[in-house]
Write a protein of this length. Structure first.
Length: 112
């Protein structure tokens, strides 16, 4: 059974693939200033570059520790891009737009 309000990752992936969307999971620990900055910056980047073609799920590992264990999260914030392939993990500071764009395959690595 999935947590309240959460859709299975497989269902989300199938739906996203059909629409050429990005499927993203952002793991944070509480609503600290660092978590809030990561969420705000990631949403800004997604709206500017993906124009609504993304599915972002923010997971607070303090409220849902089983999801952190399942995804093997060892540091926060951690962003996991499951679609489009390849799967990518960005760990740590997400306030550097160039780093996030490269990690999401939205910019060539030479920009970072």
């Amino acid at each position: 059974m999935t947590p309240t309000g959460a859709t299975s990752l497989r269902e989300r992936a199938v739906a996203a693939a059909a629409q050429d969307q990005y499927v993203l999971r952002l793991y944070v620990a509480g609503m600290t200033s660092r978590s809030t900055r990561a969420i705000v910056e990631l949403r800004r980047i997604c709206e500017e570059r993906l124009c609504g073609r993304y599915d972002l799920q923010v997971i607070d590992i303090l409220q849902q520790p089983e999801l952190a264990t399942e995804a093997q999260i060892f540091a926060v914030p951690t962003l996991i891009k499951t679609l489009p392939l390849p799967i990518r993990r960005l760990i740590g500071d997400l306030t550097q737009p160039e780093r996030v764009l490269v990690g999401l395959d939205l910019a060539p690595s030479s920009e970072a």
